[in-house]
Design a protein around this ligand. Structure first.
Ligand SMILES: [Zn+2]
Length: 120
């Protein structure tokens, strides 16, 4: 297993923002590393947010088709995830019901970046 899990349970808990860097999940060629189950759950959650937000990058707030519980098996929140791009290369997400929130960086140019690149 190449991946060393860096998500402690407290990071996935209610009050602490989850700061994720998409590069931590990828090798130098952009392929997904072998992930622990927990990391894979989080990773799938993150890439769903990245593809939804990058597809709708102009929108002030995007309702991601994701339940809060998708982050970890033991969660029971019924909330849904909302996200937006707060700065170039930085996505912020939060649950509409509980205090769960986080940011995702270094997602641009990844496989899940769905922005339509205009050629200037
Ligand atoms: Zn929640």
């Amino acid at each position: 297993m190449l991946y060393v899990g860096f998500f402690s349970n407290s990071m996935i808990g209610k009050s602490m923002a989850l700061k994720a860097d998409l590069r931590h999940f990828l090798d130098e060629e952009g392929h997904v590393l072998e992930l622990t189950d927990q990391a894979e759950t989080i990773f799938k959650f993150l890439i769903k947010i990245v593809s939804s937000v990058s597809k709708n990058i102009e929108m002030p707030l995007i309702n991601v088709d994701l339940k809060c519980t998708t982050r970890a098996d033991e969660l029971s929140c019924e909330g849904s995830i909302e996200a937006r791009c707060i700065a170039i290369g930085m996505i912020e997400w939060h649950c509409d019901t509980c205090e769960a929130s986080g940011t995702i960086s270094n997602w641009q140019g990844s496989l899940w970046d769905k922005q339509e690149h205009t050629i200037h």
